[in-house]
Write a protein that binds this ligand. Structure first.
Ligand SMILES: [Zn+2]
Length: 337
């Protein structure tokens, strides 16, 4: 019997060096793959080339290598994947699941004021669906996914038998609550049909639910500046690479319902998800470059790894880096598998 092919990934943005917070996600995803006798890959989320800094991808790989974390696969670069993202967007558009949008931010704010829903979510405005009915001669700025479609019975592609067994458990978790019909007539502003919530199971956080249509709205797949959006790129790449387990920081948990919705729309598999605790900065928010995270010091890799392990609830390890990683693999297996 061949073991199931497990593939995990760590997906940093090469906009700055790794810091203590990003090492937690890197270590957790590596441990999870290794604890399942699987492989682990690094994916550079450099889809937004304007934000990437030259040399940063190489620096991140050096930092990972210093911590004993080596990609088992060739490093994947989103910047080389535009054709695949466009193919996915075209497929969605042809099936009327995606549409062009001409709205600027102020157009959206104005439309929301009209229907008395001006409250932003995480600073983002919930798109009210203005352009579902067409552009009325205005130029397309961005492309959006229709979120008012019931996808609960749509088939999901499976990678292999092991994935099928695993997904069976999860896809039961990924059902959406019943919606009125599949592709309802184009919604009128403010009178959307009953909306579907995406429910999914996180291995640490438990059951999660999000009514994407109400809480997020039709979200962007391709931005006004021509860049493909993070959500689309991640979903297309997770499927293209055959990722079975997504292990990443809890700040990204909020994206998962959108990504599951996109997987459904594209007929792609849903991986398992585990969102790790975050390292907080001095301001109480997730540690990031914006709130002064220092670049990871890999002069003493074991110290950096022990700090990351502590966040993950793993016991301190000593000895060589490889020995420490081995101890944590065993602990991880006991804790999460
Ligand atoms: Zn619009």
């Amino acid at each position: 019997m061949s073991p199931p092919h497990i593939l995990g990934r760590f997906a940093p943005s090469p906009t700055g060096p790794l810091h203590a917070g990003s090492l937690v996600a890197a270590l957790a995803s590596w441990l999870d793959a290794k604890a399942q006798h699987g492989q682990w890959g690094v994916r550079m989320e450099d889809v937004d080339t304007t934000r990437c800094l030259p040399g940063m991808a190489e620096l991140i790989l050096q930092q990972l290598a210093a911590c004993g974390l080596h990609s088992d696969l060739p490093v994947w670069h989103q910047s080389a994947r535009s054709t695949a993202y466009q193919t996915a967007l075209t497929s969605l558009t042809e099936r009327q699941l995606a549409y062009p949008c001409a709205c600027s931010r102020s157009d959206i704010a104005q439309a929301l004021r009209h229907i008395g829903q001006a409250k932003p979510r995480h600073g983002e405005l919930v798109y009210p669906g203005t352009c579902r009915q067409g552009l009325h001669g205005k130029p397309a700025r961005a492309w959006r996914l229709r979120t008012d479609v019931d996808m609960s019975n749509w088939p999901v592609a499976l990678i292999n038998k092991a994935q099928a067994a695993m997904l069976n458990e999860v896809s039961n978790a990924c059902v959406m609550t019943p919606n009125s019909s599949s592709l309802a007539p184009l919604g009128t502003l403010g009178t959307l049909p009953p909306l579907a919530a995406v429910q999914w199971l996180d291995r640490r956080l438990g059951w999660q639910s999000q009514d994407v249509a109400h809480e997020v709205g039709d979200f962007i797949l391709k931005r006004a500046d021509g860049c493909f959006a993070y959500q689309l790129a991640v979903v297309v790449d997770d499927a293209a690479q055959g990722i079975t387990d997504v292990v990443r920081g809890a700040d990204l948990a909020d994206n998962t319902a959108r990504q599951i919705m996109l997987q459904r729309a594209l007929g792609l598999p849903t991986p398992r998800y585990l969102h790790t605790p975050l390292v907080l900065g001095p301001d109480g928010h997730k540690l990031s470059k914006q709130n002064g995270a220092q670049a990871l010091n890999t002069t003493h890799p074991l110290a950096a790894l022990n700090a990351a392990a502590r966040v993950l609830g793993l016991a301190a390890a000593s000895g060589a880096v490889a020995d420490a990683l081995g101890q944590w693999v065993t602990q991880w297996r006991g804790q999460w598998l």
